[in-house]
Design a protein around this ligand. Structure first.
Ligand SMILES: N[C@@H](CCC(=O)N[C@@H](CS)C(=O)NCC(=O)O)C(=O)O
Length: 211
């Protein structure tokens, strides 16, 4: 399999964690998101992913999968061991809710596109962009802090989809120096997960394209 990735992309980071948890080997194809105006816009990559974003996962069959949540759920269905979703429908809905707070409510507002729009179209200065970034992380993390039940991972002793999404989002928060003192559960879960080899190997600084 080939993972179209960028070391700093948190959506690619989620996918790397899931591939590692499943013990699946893959080749990294780095798509630099800022060089040359963003190499995701090159026609060769647009042919892979018409949305021009990472991650994209090219399967051995030649099929290309897009969107981290869809890719990770596909991997979980095809390689069910270890499972990333719990057994009961209620537990599964709780786990998916946390993953979706990150994937659907925090990350899209803090992604490169909206931040560049704030900077260039709305002429927001760096302080305003930073406030925006921290605001949406805090809003989502407030909910997640109340929803998770560390033990030591977000929902007990088994790693779930929620954990796969939490760690990259915490990394983004650190990168933008967003204070996390109000979120001790999230900080504890992140620390426990980063001790696992699958999470450690997926860190941005461990990637072949890290700068
Ligand atoms: N919802 C998508 C988000 C993918 C995404 O926006 N990736 C970012 C990097 S984290 C990207 O490729 N941005 C390039 C751009 O916006 O031009 C997912 O979960 O896969």
């Amino acid at each position: 399999m080939k993972l179209y990735s960028y070391f700093r992309s948190s959506a690619a980071y989620r996918t790397r964690i899931a591939l590692n948890l499943k013990g699946l080997a893959y080749e990294t194809v780095s798509i630099h998101l800022t060089k040359d105006g963003g190499r995701q816009h090159a026609p060769e990559f647009r042919a892979v992913n018409p949305q021009k974003r990472v991650p994209a996962l090219a399967l051995d069959s030649g099929e290309v999968l897009l969107q981290s949540l869809a890719i990770i759920e596909y991997l979980d269905e095809v390689h069910p061991d270890p499972p990333l979703l719990p057994k009961t429908p209620i537990e599964r809905a709780r786990v998916r809710a946390v993953a979706q707070i990150i994937a659907c409510d925090i990350h899209p507002l803090n992604n490169t596109g909206p931040l560049n729009y704030l900077r260039h179209a709305i002429k927001a200065d760096q302080a305003a962009v930073q406030d925006w970034y921290a605001h949406w992380i805090a809003a989502g993390f407030e909910a997640i802090e109340a929803l998770i039940e560390p033990g030591p991972y977000a929902f007990g002793g088994n790693v779930t989809l929620a954990d796969v999404f939490i760690v990259p989002q915490v990394t983004n928060a650190h990168r933008f120096k967003v204070p996390l003192d109000r979120f001790p559960n999230i900080v504890a879960v992140d620390a426990a997960l980063n001790k696992l080899p699958a999470f450690d190997a997926a860190r941005p600084e461990r990637q072949p394209d890290a700068e």
